[in-house]
Write a new protein. Structure first.
Length: 369
């Protein structure tokens, strides 16, 4: 009798399950996401590279997977990149029968076509409680006669894995005389590009370690991406150089952490990270100016990160723009007088709420000045 596949954590805890993806062993960092929908966008988010993803919502796969189609801007409509980036998937109950007018295949078929292992019939509640208590852990999906070692993806240069290899240009619908945003691609989600193009901005996407100071641009956006932000040394140095130019800079997720390090702040690993579509963030509505800063506007955000910026390392000419409403961690920073800012969450959503999409409007206004 063959052995059931199982998830093994680094503390030797085993969770036996049933396979509904590729039948191959895989290892990585085990993390959980509490989102109820949006698995096609989530699985194709490059920020999940190297991670075994646990979805806490119990029923997964019931609306299938749509066809890979592009919109009028030439960008994928239901996916955040051109392939699945997770290392493996863990769910409680997989719905083999799917129903949705746009679906063309099952989640199982999609995972198998991209050679991604996946297990169901796992007690994801117990697994998530363990990850919350112990923190994100290394793990491996193990199939019979396919031994594999634990692997920590945060110890390697993941930017080199997910970044584009050459400069790519995107044009908005009226490209003539439109400002150009230089997009540092550390694993950029598609909807970030779409959000810029829709606001009348051309986009020049460059590799994460590309020296871009000799290019012509009007603003810089530092994208999201996977792994430990301290591994992006070349990117940090390039952003530090660009600060002296004074052009608008906006960072998202990993880009927020890269900008923070470029100005001398520190980053650190969170216990189990923030991965959900309902993270409350408090926005600064009144700067300190010798008094206590006031944060009395709450926005609901989509998040996917395992690292954060230390509050006590910010220079005096910067301020905390957003704070997490649950644990008080830094969710955004901005310069007090110059057009430099960043947020830890995802204003482009996909999946998740669009409460903070207006931040792209603010950035576009700064770029067009």
């Amino acid at each position: 009798m063959s052995q059931k596949p199982y998830l093994e954590l680094e503390d030797n805890t085993l969770f036996c399950g049933e396979s509904f993806g590729a039948e191959k062993s895989a290892s990585g960092e085990v993390v959980f996401n509490t989102g109820m929908v949006g698995y096609t966008e989530t699985l194709t988010d490059p920020s999940y590279t190297g991670q075994i993803l646990v979805l806490t919502y119990p029923l997964i796969g019931n609306y299938g997977v749509p066809a890979f189609l592009n919109d009028d801007l030439g960008l994928p409509t239901s996916f955040e990149s051109e392939k699945i980036h997770i290392t493996g998937l863990i769910v409680s109950d997989y719905s083999a029968k799917y129903s949705h007018p746009s679906a063309v295949q099952s989640l199982s078929a999609w995972l198998k076509s991209e050679n991604i292992p996946a297990l169901y019939d796992i007690d994801t509640r117990a697994l998530t409680k363990k990850l919350r208590l112990k923190g994100s852990m290394l793990g491996k999906i193990q199939f019979e006669n396919q031994p594999i070692q634990f692997h920590d993806p945060n110890t390697i240069d993941l930017g080199a894995v997910v970044s584009c290899k050459e400069i790519i240009e995107y044009k908005c619908k009226e490209p003539n005389d439109a400002p150009t945003v230089l997009l540092i691609d550390s694993g950029c989600k598609v909807n970030i590009i779409r959000s810029l193009l829709k606001r009348g901005l051309n986009v020049t996407k460059v590799p994460y370690d590309y020296y871009f100071m000799n290019l012509d641009f009007d603003g810089i956006l530092i994208s999201n991406g996977p792994g430990d932000p301290k591994m992006y040394e070349t990117t940090i140095r390039n952003v530090e150089r660009s600060l002296a130019v004074g052009k608008p800079i906006f960072g998202i997720c990993l880009g927020h952490q890269i900008l923070a390090q470029a100005i001398g702040a520190e980053t650190y690993k969170l216990k189990f990270g923030h991965r959900s579509h309902n993270q409350p963030c408090l926005e600064l509505t009144q700067s300190a100016n010798g008094k206590s800063a006031v944060y009395n506007r709450c926005v609901i955000t989509s998040q996917n990160h395992g690292y954060a910026v230390r509050e006590d390392g910010l220079p005096s000419d910067w301020e905390i723009w957003f704070k997490n409403g649950n644990d008080g961690t830094v969710e955004g920073i901005r310069h007090k007088t110059k057009p430099f800012s960043s947020v830890q969450f995802h204003p482009e959503a996909t999946p998740g709420p669009v409460d903070t999409a207006r931040l792209f409007d603010l950035f576009a206004k700064q770029v067009k000045k």
